[in-house]
Design a protein around this ligand. Sequence first.
Ligand code: PHE
Length: 456
Amino acid sequence: MAKQNREAFGSRIGVILAMAGSAIGLGNLWRFPYVTGQNGGAAFVLIYIASTLLVALPVFMAEVIIGRRSRSNASHAMEKLSGNKKFWKFSGALAVFIPLFIASYYSVIGGWSMGYTIMSVAEPFVKMAPDKASNLFAPFVSNPWMPLAMHLVFLGLCCAIVSGGVKSGIEKFSKFTLPALFVLILIIIAYSITLPGAREGIEYLIEPSFSDITPKSFVYALGQSFYSLSLGMGTIITYGSYIKKEDNLLTEGIGTAVSDLVFAILAGLAIMPAVFAAGIEPSSGPGLIFESIPFVFCKMGADIPVISSVMSFIFFFAVVIAAMTSCISLIEVGVGWLVEKYNLSRKKASKCIFALCAVLGSLCSLSFGPLSNISIEGENIFGAFDYVASNILLMVLAFITVIFVGFALKKEDVRDEFTNNGTLKLNSLIFNTLYFLIKWVAPLAVLLIFITNFVL
Ligand code: PHE
């Protein structure tokens, strides 16, 4: 079974696409702008860029090294490389559990994006007054049925795709939609920076004011970097195991990290000017993209009515697909594990995962409506899921990963894997720096930030 999975990414471009497909998703489009808005703007963006390059990228490299060296799925990889030591079994279990936790609420946002895709044409908000369109979000999420139904449809589609093992379909799809999304974001940027009041939004993103930074900003920035690069969840370990021995891990790591960063910053540039132009609070939270983008399309609708509806439809549709390629990679970890460990068929395994995520996700979806009175440390259920998964659980797993590569693996083995047995010149040249980042900087940064978070 494992062999069969492994062959799916035979081509190099397939691996890069799959990794970029997993990395680029709601983390860039939905999460990055609103987390930036809640943490003061430009200064947070700088911390985020630094944490991506200095901490998240080394963790990414550690994960692909584990994956390719072990040629095994995430739940088993570290155990196998350590010579079956018990402790690493535990981290394998975490690597299965965390992605499902994220998939549950991730598919709720996927559902919202589906709702907005439909509303772009069926109940065209593009034709409304712009401020009305940007105020649609609160009633949309608190009406329990529509978001709940959309969540289940989105999750069902992702599970159906994983169940069929059809990677090629979705990959072909994302080959088209990811560039489309890129072009549309550029168009939205061009339009949204011309809106009156947009200047403030751009300044908010590029003029840092360090007084807005709190210790929590570091926790959020690192959490965002890990989340966006799909770290601490077993996905990159699993995809790493599909990479061919002769491929260059550095190229793949840098390619994924840079495209992920670029997508996040572009999303910020598309959304923030519109947020200011529409008079929305940048710190207003998870609804930010769903409030600001309709505003842009409404304004555009005054100039080019039909085209703006079509563009809005394609935009949200592309968001749905970007979310799907990410959500699939989350679900795949659990399904692959059930298949290998309990010998279930892919179909049965996908159904089990669907049932679990549907229950957890429904709680998240309803936490904006009937369950909104349940509050955990000031967050609703959805917010608590996101916080626990992104800022705690995946940091724990990422920490374990770097400790594993830095201390449990032999340095020579890590070097061989990273430099393809010394044949790659540049990789050999930077190996010691990377090793230092993996062994000392990444674990200490995660530990420090983690502790600060609990102490303050
Ligand atoms: N990186 C994805 C995003 O930015 C989310 C994700 C996390 C996907 C972990 C897979 C694994 O949306």
